[in-house]
Write a protein that binds this ligand. Sequence first.
Ligand SMILES: C[S@@+](CC[C@H](N)C(=O)[O-])C[C@H]1O[C@@H](n2cnc3c(N)ncnc32)[C@H](O)[C@@H]1O
Length: 253
Amino acid sequence: MSASRQEQNKPANTPVEAPNLEWLEGEVPRAEGFDDTYFSKAGGLEETRHVFLAGNRLPERFSARERFTIAEFGFGTGLNFLTTLLAIEKLERPPKLTFVSFELHPMNTDQLARALGAFPELGELTSKLLSAWGPEPGWNRLEVAGAELLLGIGDARKLIDQLKLNAVEGKGEALMIAPVDAWYLDGFSPAKNPQLWDADLLKAAAKLTGSDGTLATYTSAGWVRRNLQAAGFVIEKVSGFAGKREMVIGQKS
Ligand SMILES: C[S@@+](CC[C@H](N)C(=O)[O-])C[C@H]1O[C@@H](n2cnc3c(N)ncnc32)[C@H](O)[C@@H]1O
């Protein structure tokens, strides 16, 4: 199994604090600091497929692409990442995936193993992520099952400014990425985690998005929709997961 790691732009002396978790029935982790769960009690894997994959028209858009870039706010348990890899693995001609994700409080290996242990369908992918795990503050480049995971450990609002598009001149110390094809907006609920739905953060996300880039999120909170529109996304409300009336999908305008 290949697992390589490289840290860049690492802020000095910033401690990595694992979250304090409570485990609800069915082994659903809940972050005490945010008073919210990492995924739906009705089924995390199905929720990811409904909200983030189908919401971004995946896996359909993977076909005919050699490379594909997904970015996510809130890596959490890595369930969205691994569910995406599972979908890619089933393709005849899979694209090379770059998955950029941000996480303020990375789980420790035991927490990650317990959370992902609830999803046997992920098979070997879970152990591949666990072997590569051990992120440090700043940017970490992990190789997991043929995908590149670029994991920013720290506050997304600060880290996002270090990402620049490959096409941009004058790179300096910036970390270069290809334009984002699909966003997974997966902070805790906007009322409890307003930082990850911040207007400036979403503007920075829009700037990194390719011309036909899309987004999906489980929330349809009014102020989040307004922030997305102000950032330059055209958004639409569609049916949510497991009885949730609405969620939001969008496209760069
Ligand atoms: C709902 S969980 C994400 C679930 C995840 N996508 C998964 O597949 O398990 C939200 C995540 O956002 C992280 N988070 C909250 N505020 C943040 C911030 N300002 N910067 C980066 N990550 C943040 C939390 O620590 C938490 O892991």
